[in-house]
Design a protein around this ligand. Structure first.
Ligand code: SAH
Length: 218
């Protein structure tokens, strides 16, 4: 059995990482506080213990990645999450991003299409700490109609287009943060659903994500 320890060294490295994120332009202290509270090294293989607090993406199982801390902070900041809001995440992956949202007090519903990654969430380390975080196996393009509508939607894989069913599942006034494919990168977009059901779009900087694929795998 793996022993999970959050030592003074880990905590110190984490604090430094938060300073790096501030230097790179992250300003929402609630996001930084949540990330400072979560031991990122718990979400990685022990081989990454010494580098877990570098501002880098790392491989996890099934050829997927845990997003770079800067990317997690950036998307979370754009999402403007408030406590008790219902948030749908597409792409559970390592569960790190979902944990950040749960730590901020949101009711989090996260979907993963890779069966093996979903199976791992059965041993999710913070199960008792975050009863507000629920895991689903499915295709993110379909969303979760039974639990809709959501205040916020966050997509953590490169979307070929803005998934229409996820717009349907947003509340009026709700927001979606989604990296959408352009040539060799993704442009971060924030979509706001207006009261009349129409949408407005804001464009931000470019990122690089693993692809959002349709259908389930496994
Ligand atoms: N949020 C994750 C990032 C994981 S990378 C983290 O914090 O670690 C993106 C994830 O999206 C991968 O695990 C991939 O399998 C998943 N994914 C890709 N397309 C998907 C889809 N259509 N539905 C659900 N998950 C999807």
């Amino acid at each position: 059995m793996r022993k999970f320890e959050d030592t003074y060294r880990h905590k110190g490295l984490r604090k430094k990482l938060m300073d790096t994120l501030r230097e790179k332009g992250i300003t929402d202290e609630r996001v930084l506080e949540a990330m400072n509270n979560i031991p990122r090294h718990f979400f990685l293989d022990t081989a990454f213990d010494n580098i877990a607090y570098e501002d880098k993406a790392f491989p996890i199982a099934e050829n997927q990645t845990i997003s770079q801390p800067y990317t997690v902070a950036y998307q979370t900041q754009l999402l403007q999450v408030k406590p008790q809001e219902k948030v749908l995440e597409i792409g559970t992956g390592s569960t790190y991003q979902a944990t950040v949202l749960a730590e901020m007090g949101a009711k989090v519903f996260t979907i993963e299409r890779q069966k093996k990654l979903f199976e791992k969430t059965k041993n999710y380390i913070f199960k008792s700490k975050y009863p507000n975080l629920k895991f689903f196996y499915g295709d993110g393009f379909e969303g979760l109609p039974t639990f809709a509508p959501f205040d916020k939607v966050i997509i953590t894989a490169a979307a070929p287009f803005i998934p229409p069913k996820l717009i349907d599942q947003l509340k009026p006034g709700g927001k979606m943060v989604v990296p959408v494919d352009e040539d060799h990168h993704q442009r971060m977009l924030r979509i706001t659903k207006n009261a009349d059901g129409s949408t407005s779009e804001e464009a931000f900087q470019n990122f690089s994500f693993v692809p959002m694929l349709s259908g389930k795998n496994g």
